[in-house]
Design a protein around this ligand. Structure first.
Ligand code: SF4
Length: 94
């Protein structure tokens, strides 16, 4: 079964040296459905968010998702809706 990391393998933002975090993410090998729940219902993302909360690479993962405008799944502990909110807040404070 593919993982969050495998599904986005083609992304290159940050360059190869900036991608080392991917090899140690706690989601590596996890069930894809945990990190890509079927619905927009954020409550379905709780399991993924719990895993992310324990992950040592949460920050670079989140920044990667924000930089690449990842539209699906949980990245760095945030759902797509939460990432959009962060991006809006950053635009306002820029
Ligand atoms: S923060 Fe979450 S999505 Fe990102 S690498 Fe860690 S476990 Fe995976």
């Amino acid at each position: 079964m593919s993982t969050v990391l495998e599904r986005s393998r083609t992304k290159t933002a940050g360059g190869p040296s900036g991608m080392k975090w991917r090899t140690i993410g706690l989601c590596k090998g996890s069930d894809t459905m945990v990190f890509y729940p079927d619905s927009d219902d954020d409550s379905l993302a709780e399991e993924a968010k719990t895993i992310c909360s324990l992950c040592a690479v949460r920050k670079p993962c989140l920044e990667f998702a924000l930089a690449n405008r990842e539209k699906h799944g949980v990245w760095g502990g945030l759902t797509e809706r939460e990432r959009r909110r962060v991006l809006r807040q950053r635009r306002r404070s820029a």
